[in-house]
Design a protein around this ligand. Structure first.
Ligand code: UDP
Ligand code: MG
Length: 316
């Protein structure tokens, strides 16, 4: 029987996870029951095209503590978690992936750490079972994000995390266009901790992050939490201008010292260098565009997502 206000909310973003859901639901329920607190499990369907929705609906019939939020299309994992956040009622809110890469059995570890009074407890993946092409960038992204947000974490990508209710409310209220949740949470939280968690290889279904999607997510992360990229571009611009000036003076001197033929031979080198500068200018324009684009999105106040329907079992 679902109680009015659960103490624990579990949020699961789901995008085409039909092969994982049955086992996931079974294991989540076992863990939730073992914790011994009133709980709710909120699945957020991020526009799945497979049998994910019917599977979750079926589980809701059997267990009134489950709930489903359905998006009208695919908006991305972080938007899905946001929707779960705004529906959640628990004093502690835990997010977990649906693909069983984060074992549900690790949730109690996060909760135990939360008891020490932290506002956020993130998991960091021990022996992460992903390809090297994911692990190496992740390492540098965590370093960079730690700098930007000024909260050092080993793992900014692990989505097995626990939050206090107040912080969740704050995040939901923060609006904005960026939804990179671990960074946003840390930038608002007063105390953050990290605990080691197990990580498994994905055995069923495929990763929903293509190279382009990952690039987009990290570009978003980079420009949302810091002005450093654009500031660095400015500094780089000044340096390049100085180099250009120095080089011109050098060419002029050589022309006087060695005669006009000398300078003419360098014409192709000059072309190469020119193209290099042009490339950098384009990069700078791109960065400016990114920030302006952000302002534009903010001004438009476009919602993060649209909910198609919310399904929970009727009160008995
Ligand atoms: N996911 C989602 N919407 C998306 C992409 C992913 O809701 O657009 C969910 C997905 O179903 C899974 C979690 O987010 O529950 C993590 O996705 P995935 O395992 O593909 O990411 P990876 O582990 O490769 O980083
Ligand atoms: Mg995964």
């Amino acid at each position: 029987m679902a109680l009015m206000t659960p103490e624990l909310s579990l949020i699961v973003p789901v995008y085409n996870e039909e092969e994982n859901l049955t086992e996931l639901i079974q294991r989540l329920l076992a863990v939730a029951k073992s914790i011994g607190k009133d709980y709710e499990i909120i699945f957020v369907d991020d526009g799945s095209k497979d049998r994910s929705v019917p599977l979750i609906k079926e589980a809701i019939q059997k267990n009134p503590s489950l709930k489903l939020i359905r998006f009208n299309r695919n908006y991305g994992q972080h938007s899905a978690i946001f929707a779960g956040f705004s529906e959640s009622r628990g004093a502690i809110v835990v997010t977990i992936d649906a693909d069983l890469q984060n074992p549900p059995e690790e949730i109690p570890k996060l909760l135990q750490k939360m008891q020490e009074g932290y506002e956020v407890v993130g998991g960091y993946r021990m022996n992460r079972h992903d390809s090297i092409f994911r692990k190496i960038p992740s390492y540098f992204i965590a370093k960079m994000t730690s700098q930007f947000v000024r909260v050092p974490l080993k793992d900014y990508g692990c989505m097995l995390r626990a939050y206090k209710k107040d912080l969740v409310k704050e995040m939901v209220a923060s609006g904005g266009t960026s939804t990179y949740i671990p960074a946003l949470a840390n930038s608002l939280a007063s105390s953050v901790a990290e605990v080691p968690v197990e990580h498994r290889a994905r055995t069923k279904g495929k990763s929903k992050y293509s190279f382009l999607r990952l690039l987009h997510l990290n570009f978003d992360l980079m420009t949302s939490f810091s002005l450093l990229p654009i500031q660095l571009t400015g500094i780089l611009g000044v340096l390049i201008a100085l180099c250009g000036l120095g080089f011109s003076v050098f060419l002029l001197l050589m022309r006087f010292l060695k005669g006009p033929e000398w300078a003419a031979q360098g014409v192709f080198t000059l072309f190469g260098i020119l193209f290099f500068f042009v490339g950098l200018q384009v990069l700078a324009i791109g960065l400016v565009g990114e920030y302006i684009g952000r302002i534009y999105q903010e001004v438009r106040q476009r919602p993060r997502y649209r909910i198609q329907e919310i399904i929970s079992s009727p009160p008995s």
